[in-house]
Design a protein around this ligand. Structure first.
Ligand code: NI
Length: 131
């Protein structure tokens, strides 16, 4: 498993991006609409620092709103790249991680497959299929 990004929930990508600019982060992608997760996504990077994914709701049906309403605008998942997503999911399930989304293609990652798992001691993690 290789670290890929930290997902940050926000209600406004521009507002949050401006704050990350203060820490030396720059936007490195266009704003991407993901119709499956019903979110807007933008990536920010800074040399020597972990990649940040800003995730914002599209409308009141966006699942990310639950996170924002419950916990505020916060870092809420770590994403790891994996060679074999199905194998990793099965391994993590045996370690009491719960698969909370299907394995689906993600536009933000050239339609590479992603899924989310939750564990009460580790929080939310995302798996991203390697190229
Ligand atoms: Ni992510």
């Amino acid at each position: 498993m290789r670290f890929h990004h930290i997902g940050v929930a926000t209600s406004n990508i521009n507002h949050t991006a401006k704050k990350f600019n203060l820490f030396g982060y720059e936007i490195v992608s266009e704003e991407i609409f993901d119709p499956i997760q019903n979110v807007y996504i933008a990536f920010m990077e800074k040399d020597g620092s972990p990649r940040v994914e800003l995730v914002a709701p599209v409308n009141e049906n966006s699942p990310i709103l639950n996170t924002i309403n419950k916990n505020g605008k916060i870092p809420y998942h770590f994403c790891y790249e994996v060679d074999n997503i199905v194998e990793e999911v099965n391994k993590l399930k045996k370690l009491k991680f719960i698969l909370i989304s299907k394995i689906v293609p993600a536009v933000a990652f050239e339609n590479r497959h992603v899924c989310f798992l939750y564990n009460k001691d580790a929080g939310l993690i995302e798996l991203l299929k390697d190229r």
